[in-house]
Design a protein around this ligand. Sequence first.
Ligand SMILES: [Fe+2]
Length: 242
Amino acid sequence: MHKGFIDLHSHWVAGIDDGAKTAQESLEMLNGLAEVGFGTVVATPHMRTGMFDNSRADLEHAYQQTLQQLESHEVRPAVQLSCEHHLDDLVFRALMAGQALPYPGGKAALIEFPYDHFPLKHTQRLFELRCKRIRPVLAHPERYRPVWKNIEVLDPILDGGTVLLLDLGALIGAHGRGPKKCAHQLVEEGYYYAACSDAHRPKDALAAARGIERLYQLLGDEEAEFLLVQGPRNILEGSVED
Ligand SMILES: [Fe+2]
Protein backbone atom coordinates (compact mmCIF):
# COMPACT_ATOMS: atom_id res chain seq x y z
CA MET A 1 0.00 0.00 0.00
CA HIS A 2 1.03 3.60 -0.65
CA LYS A 3 2.70 5.19 2.37
CA GLY A 4 2.48 8.83 1.47
CA PHE A 5 -1.13 9.56 2.38
CA ILE A 6 -1.81 13.05 3.73
CA ASP A 7 -4.29 13.33 6.60
CA LEU A 8 -5.84 16.81 6.65
CA HIS A 9 -8.04 16.24 9.69
CA SER A 10 -7.12 14.72 13.05
CA HIS A 11 -7.31 15.51 16.75
CA TRP A 12 -4.02 14.26 18.12
CA VAL A 13 -2.98 17.44 19.99
CA ALA A 14 -3.44 16.52 23.66
CA GLY A 15 -5.86 18.16 26.09
CA ILE A 16 -7.27 20.92 23.88
CA ASP A 17 -10.54 19.48 22.54
CA ASP A 18 -12.40 16.16 22.40
CA GLY A 19 -9.38 14.41 20.85
CA ALA A 20 -6.29 12.93 22.52
CA LYS A 21 -6.32 13.36 26.29
CA THR A 22 -2.64 12.64 26.90
CA ALA A 23 0.59 12.72 24.92
CA GLN A 24 0.64 8.93 25.15
CA GLU A 25 -2.63 8.86 23.22
CA SER A 26 -1.19 11.35 20.74
CA LEU A 27 1.77 9.07 20.16
CA GLU A 28 -0.36 5.97 19.68
CA MET A 29 -2.68 7.82 17.33
CA LEU A 30 0.12 9.25 15.19
CA ASN A 31 2.01 6.00 14.89
CA GLY A 32 -1.24 4.13 14.24
CA LEU A 33 -1.98 6.51 11.37
CA ALA A 34 1.56 6.01 10.02
CA GLU A 35 0.95 2.26 10.09
CA VAL A 36 -2.14 2.81 7.93
CA GLY A 37 -0.12 4.74 5.33
CA PHE A 38 -0.28 8.39 6.40
CA GLY A 39 3.12 10.02 5.91
CA THR A 40 1.80 13.43 7.00
CA VAL A 41 -0.79 14.09 9.68
CA VAL A 42 -2.10 17.63 10.13
CA ALA A 43 -3.53 18.33 13.58
CA THR A 44 -6.87 20.13 13.39
CA PRO A 45 -8.08 20.83 16.93
CA HIS A 46 -11.47 22.55 17.21
CA MET A 47 -12.36 26.23 17.38
CA ARG A 48 -16.07 26.29 18.17
CA THR A 49 -17.82 29.05 20.11
CA GLY A 50 -19.35 27.88 23.39
CA MET A 51 -17.86 24.40 23.10
CA PHE A 52 -14.16 24.72 22.29
CA ASP A 53 -13.35 28.39 22.86
CA ASN A 54 -9.77 28.07 21.68
CA SER A 55 -7.77 31.00 20.38
CA ARG A 56 -5.03 30.55 17.85
CA ALA A 57 -2.48 31.00 20.67
CA ASP A 58 -4.17 28.25 22.73
CA LEU A 59 -3.86 25.81 19.84
CA GLU A 60 -0.25 26.73 19.10
CA HIS A 61 0.64 26.35 22.77
CA ALA A 62 -1.03 22.94 23.11
CA TYR A 63 0.63 21.76 19.88
CA GLN A 64 4.09 22.79 21.11
CA GLN A 65 3.47 21.18 24.48
CA THR A 66 2.37 17.91 22.94
CA LEU A 67 5.43 17.91 20.66
CA GLN A 68 7.70 18.56 23.64
CA GLN A 69 6.20 15.63 25.50
CA LEU A 70 6.79 13.42 22.47
CA GLU A 71 10.39 14.52 22.04
CA SER A 72 11.97 11.37 23.42
CA HIS A 73 9.69 9.09 21.34
CA GLU A 74 9.78 8.09 17.73
CA VAL A 75 6.94 9.87 15.94
CA ARG A 76 6.69 8.37 12.49
CA PRO A 77 4.57 10.70 10.35
CA ALA A 78 5.49 14.32 9.58
CA VAL A 79 3.21 16.62 11.56
CA GLN A 80 1.74 20.09 11.09
CA LEU A 81 -0.81 22.30 12.82
CA SER A 82 -4.06 23.75 11.56
CA CYS A 83 -7.60 23.90 12.98
CA GLU A 84 -11.17 22.71 12.44
CA HIS A 85 -13.18 25.94 12.29
CA HIS A 86 -16.87 25.78 13.18
CA LEU A 87 -18.62 28.28 10.92
CA ASP A 88 -20.20 30.37 13.70
CA ASP A 89 -20.05 34.19 13.95
CA LEU A 90 -16.99 34.46 16.18
CA VAL A 91 -14.89 31.78 14.53
CA PHE A 92 -15.74 33.10 11.08
CA ARG A 93 -14.74 36.59 12.17
CA ALA A 94 -11.45 35.26 13.56
CA LEU A 95 -10.76 33.50 10.27
CA MET A 96 -11.44 36.64 8.25
CA ALA A 97 -9.27 38.71 10.60
CA GLY A 98 -6.30 36.35 10.21
CA GLN A 99 -6.65 35.20 13.83
CA ALA A 100 -7.49 31.57 13.13
CA LEU A 101 -5.44 28.70 11.70
CA PRO A 102 -5.82 27.90 8.00
CA TYR A 103 -3.74 25.03 6.63
CA PRO A 104 0.05 25.62 6.51
CA GLY A 105 0.71 27.96 3.61
CA GLY A 106 -2.59 29.75 4.24
CA LYS A 107 -4.28 28.66 1.00
CA ALA A 108 -7.13 26.62 2.50
CA ALA A 109 -8.97 26.16 5.79
CA LEU A 110 -10.94 23.32 7.35
CA ILE A 111 -14.56 24.27 8.08
CA GLU A 112 -17.31 22.37 9.89
CA PHE A 113 -21.06 22.94 10.09
CA PRO A 114 -23.46 21.92 12.84
CA TYR A 115 -24.86 18.44 12.14
CA ASP A 116 -28.55 19.29 11.98
CA HIS A 117 -28.64 22.42 9.80
CA PHE A 118 -26.47 24.50 7.52
CA PRO A 119 -25.43 27.76 9.24
CA LEU A 120 -26.98 31.07 8.25
CA LYS A 121 -25.19 32.83 5.42
CA HIS A 122 -22.92 29.81 4.89
CA THR A 123 -22.74 30.23 1.11
CA GLN A 124 -21.82 33.88 1.48
CA ARG A 125 -19.24 33.14 4.17
CA LEU A 126 -17.58 30.42 2.13
CA PHE A 127 -17.51 32.84 -0.79
CA GLU A 128 -15.90 35.54 1.37
CA LEU A 129 -13.16 33.08 2.28
CA ARG A 130 -12.59 32.35 -1.41
CA CYS A 131 -12.28 36.10 -2.00
CA LYS A 132 -9.49 36.09 0.57
CA ARG A 133 -7.85 33.27 -1.41
CA ILE A 134 -8.56 30.75 1.33
CA ARG A 135 -10.23 27.67 -0.12
CA PRO A 136 -12.84 26.23 2.25
CA VAL A 137 -12.48 22.49 2.92
CA LEU A 138 -15.73 21.17 4.36
CA ALA A 139 -15.31 18.47 7.01
CA HIS A 140 -17.47 15.31 7.02
CA PRO A 141 -20.38 16.43 4.79
CA GLU A 142 -21.75 12.87 5.21
CA ARG A 143 -22.61 13.68 8.83
CA TYR A 144 -24.92 16.59 8.02
CA ARG A 145 -28.63 15.78 8.10
CA PRO A 146 -29.61 18.12 5.24
CA VAL A 147 -27.18 16.12 3.05
CA TRP A 148 -28.79 12.80 4.05
CA LYS A 149 -32.06 14.08 2.61
CA ASN A 150 -30.58 15.21 -0.68
CA ILE A 151 -26.89 15.39 -1.55
CA GLU A 152 -27.61 18.10 -4.11
CA VAL A 153 -27.91 20.55 -1.21
CA LEU A 154 -24.09 20.58 -1.50
CA ASP A 155 -24.08 21.73 -5.12
CA PRO A 156 -24.15 25.50 -4.48
CA ILE A 157 -21.26 25.07 -2.03
CA LEU A 158 -19.24 23.10 -4.57
CA ASP A 159 -20.05 25.63 -7.29
CA GLY A 160 -18.61 28.31 -4.98
CA GLY A 161 -15.27 26.48 -4.85
CA THR A 162 -15.48 24.63 -1.55
CA VAL A 163 -14.04 21.09 -1.58
CA LEU A 164 -15.37 18.16 0.45
CA LEU A 165 -13.37 16.00 2.84
CA LEU A 166 -14.47 12.41 3.51
CA ASP A 167 -14.08 10.98 7.00
CA LEU A 168 -12.89 7.46 6.09
CA GLY A 169 -14.45 5.87 9.18
CA ALA A 170 -17.90 6.87 7.92
CA LEU A 171 -17.59 4.32 5.11
CA ILE A 172 -17.48 1.44 7.57
CA GLY A 173 -20.20 2.78 9.86
CA ALA A 174 -17.99 4.34 12.56
CA HIS A 175 -20.51 7.19 12.90
CA GLY A 176 -23.71 5.21 12.38
CA ARG A 177 -25.95 4.29 9.50
CA GLY A 178 -26.89 7.77 8.21
CA PRO A 179 -23.30 8.91 7.60
CA LYS A 180 -22.35 5.49 6.20
CA LYS A 181 -25.08 5.50 3.60
CA CYS A 182 -24.47 9.14 2.73
CA ALA A 183 -20.68 8.66 2.44
CA HIS A 184 -21.19 5.82 -0.03
CA GLN A 185 -23.53 7.95 -2.08
CA LEU A 186 -21.10 10.89 -2.11
CA VAL A 187 -18.19 8.62 -3.07
CA GLU A 188 -20.18 7.06 -5.90
CA GLU A 189 -21.29 10.47 -7.19
CA GLY A 190 -17.74 11.84 -7.08
CA TYR A 191 -18.40 14.60 -4.55
CA TYR A 192 -15.23 14.26 -2.48
CA TYR A 193 -11.89 15.88 -3.19
CA ALA A 194 -9.90 14.31 -0.33
CA ALA A 195 -10.21 11.78 2.50
CA CYS A 196 -9.01 11.95 6.10
CA SER A 197 -9.03 10.09 9.43
CA ASP A 198 -10.66 12.69 11.73
CA ALA A 199 -9.02 10.53 14.42
CA HIS A 200 -9.90 11.40 18.02
CA ARG A 201 -8.59 8.19 19.64
CA PRO A 202 -5.80 5.75 18.79
CA LYS A 203 -8.36 3.13 17.73
CA ASP A 204 -9.68 5.50 15.05
CA ALA A 205 -6.59 4.66 12.97
CA LEU A 206 -8.08 1.18 12.54
CA ALA A 207 -11.39 2.62 11.37
CA ALA A 208 -9.43 4.73 8.87
CA ALA A 209 -7.60 1.59 7.66
CA ARG A 210 -10.87 -0.21 7.05
CA GLY A 211 -12.30 2.90 5.40
CA ILE A 212 -9.30 3.05 3.06
CA GLU A 213 -9.84 -0.58 2.12
CA ARG A 214 -13.48 0.17 1.32
CA LEU A 215 -12.52 3.27 -0.65
CA TYR A 216 -10.18 1.24 -2.88
CA GLN A 217 -12.97 -1.31 -3.46
CA LEU A 218 -15.41 1.42 -4.41
CA LEU A 219 -13.18 3.58 -6.60
CA GLY A 220 -10.22 1.51 -7.72
CA ASP A 221 -6.57 2.36 -7.08
CA GLU A 222 -6.19 5.55 -9.05
CA GLU A 223 -9.19 7.47 -7.76
CA ALA A 224 -8.80 6.24 -4.19
CA GLU A 225 -5.19 7.35 -4.19
CA PHE A 226 -6.17 10.77 -5.51
CA LEU A 227 -8.35 11.33 -2.45
CA LEU A 228 -5.53 10.26 -0.12
CA VAL A 229 -2.50 11.88 -1.76
CA GLN A 230 -2.96 14.29 -4.66
CA GLY A 231 -6.23 15.85 -3.48
CA PRO A 232 -4.84 16.79 -0.06
CA ARG A 233 -1.57 17.93 -1.67
CA ASN A 234 -3.44 20.21 -4.09
CA ILE A 235 -5.39 21.68 -1.16
CA LEU A 236 -2.19 22.47 0.74
CA GLU A 237 -0.41 23.84 -2.32
CA GLY A 238 -3.37 25.93 -3.45
CA SER A 239 -3.51 24.12 -6.79
CA VAL A 240 -7.12 22.88 -6.73
CA GLU A 241 -8.64 23.61 -10.13
CA ASP A 242 -12.01 25.34 -10.29
FE1 LIG B 1 -12.81 16.80 13.51
